[in-house]
Design a protein. Structure first.
Length: 249
């Protein structure tokens, strides 16, 4: 591993750990009756208190420090005074920017007692992300990542959102390559040691189609079915991979 790669991994490790720490804090307060704005404030303060910046804030005009996506919201939900209810499912997506490097992660949270269908969706989404991460090593092709996710998800009767994807990350928030969560094995670019990117499948209980609401950000399922997402920032090593955004708890 070259000195450049070592440095990029070390910086991403620090930013990723902070982002994961913010979600660990969110886990302590998620319950029926709290607003997504309270979650946003918590993420902002936690990241700020650790000498970092919440990268989503003002990114391309986004008004908040994290994304909070409930139920049929696929991604990019804007925190508000809206209160969480028993039975809701919630994705919180945070990115810490520390010493010039980004760490990006998201996680699902159960609000009170959720349905069996919702539990199955969350489990399927997490399993799909981890299955894709576990195949990572030098010369694996990007199509293998998408194919691994798609095969698992569709075997469980769910669908993979195709309008959004993972992305390269580092000193820039979003960059090449795009990491599709569907695709064919043995197609696409080969990953190489030192590459850092996100894997962040968005999975729907119903159809994969989405639409953007009038706020220009919030993506929802067209058929109003539930949607779930998990995300990790990962780096490619000679032997395999490193996850930079693992929870400490």
């Amino acid at each position: 591993m070259t000195e450049d790669i070592k440095e990029s991994f070390e910086k991403t490790r620090i930013a990723g750990s902070l982002a994961a720490g913010a979600l660990d804090e969110v886990n302590k307060i998620v319950r029926p009756g709290i607003s997504t704005e309270e979650i946003d404030n918590l993420c902002y303060e936690f990241i700020n208190d650790h000498g970092a910046y919440s990268a989503p804030l003002f990114y391309r005009g986004f008004p908040k420090s994290c994304c909070t996506s409930t139920n049929h919201v696929v991604c990019h939900g804007i925190p508000s005074k809206k209160v969480l209810k028993d039975g809701d499912i919630l994705n919180v997506d945070v990115t810490a920017f520390k010493d010039g490097w980004h760490g990006d992660t998201s996680r699902m949270f159960e609000v009170g007692e959720i349905s069996i269908k919702a539990k199955k969706l969350i489990e399927t989404t997490y399993e799909a992300m981890m299955k894709a991460i576990r195949i990572l090593k030098e010369d694996v092709q990007l199509g293998d990542i998408g194919s691994t996710i798609q095969l698992h998800v569709e075997s469980k009767g769910c669908s993979v959102v195709q309008d959004f994807c993972g992305h390269g990350i580092g000193q820039t928030f979003h960059k090449e390559p795009n990491i599709l969560h569907y695709g064919k094995k043995q197609t696409g670019e080969k990953v190489k040691e030192g590459m850092i990117f996100t894997i962040e499948p968005m999975i729907n209980l119903g159809n994969y189609e989405t639409k953007i609401l009038s706020d220009g950000w919030t993506a929802v399922t067209k058929d109003k079915s539930l949607s779930a997402q998990f995300e990790h920032t990962v780096g490619i090593t000679k032997e395999g991979y490193e996850i930079f955004t693992q929870s400490k708890s």
